[in-house]
Design a protein. Structure first.
Length: 212
């Protein structure tokens, strides 16, 4: 799946001249956490709700309240926005975008094409995709199968479950805590018993089957 399949296309952006109070009001009103900053149609920066709150609290000086309020009201985003913005393209694989977010320790990636902002991908979007990919949120059961050495294979796991019979809604392979590969399978039933029996008959080790 690509970034363009998951990203938010209706992006709320602001100008570098937008003031701190204006940006804070926008974030609170729209319930958003990241605001790209655009000038002449091109992305030039980004601010987060955390950036806004930090700047609001930073001038802990001896200024009078009205003086401090006046100072903050004149502060523009250009004065403190993040300028070296990490971006991604719309046809980038989602998993690569997630890897970038994890590596850079950021929770949002503006999506840029030909220098123009076309969307934004947030950690919430990535988590939502993960939930869907794992088949959660629907009546089902999860079966974790540990693949051993030798003849054990993903194809064998699928055949065993289909022989139960049980319909597979999703299947993911992951490295397990012991270093062996695990197959995480969601089956469209709240009674995984027959599938577990078929897996056991084929010699597969099942870890923590659960219903959801």
């Amino acid at each position: 799946m690509l970034v363009e399949d998951v990203m938010q296309r209706e992006v709320i952006a602001v100008s570098p001249k937008t003031t701190l109070p204006e940006a804070l009001g926008l974030v609170q009103k729209r319930g958003i956490r990241h605001v790209p900053v655009v000038a002449d149609g091109e992305l030039v920066g980004i601010v987060s709700d955390r950036d806004l709150k930090r700047v609001m609290a930073s001038p802990a000086t001896t200024l009078e309240r009205h003086e401090l309020g006046y100072l903050l009201s004149k502060l523009a985003l250009a004065d403190f926005m993040t300028r070296g913005v990490v971006t991604v393209g719309p046809r980038h694989p989602v998993e690569e975008a997630a890897r970038i977010m994890l590596k850079e320790r950021i929770s949002a990636l503006p999506v840029v094409e030909a220098g123009r902002l076309v969307g934004i991908l947030t950690e919430t979007d990535v988590l939502g995709l993960f939930v869907r990919a794992m088949g959660a949120g629907e009546p089902s059961s999860r079966i974790d199968v540990v693949l051993g050495a030798g003849e054990a294979s993903l194809a064998g796991v699928v055949r065993a479950i289909e022989e139960a019979p049980a319909d597979i809604s999703s299947i993911v392979t992951l490295p397990g805590p012991t270093g062996r590969k695990e197959v995480v399978v969601r089956v469209k039933t709240i009674n995984p018993g027959p599938a577990l029996e078929r897996l056991a008959a084929r010699g597969y080790a099942v870890r923590n089957p659960s219903r959801g």
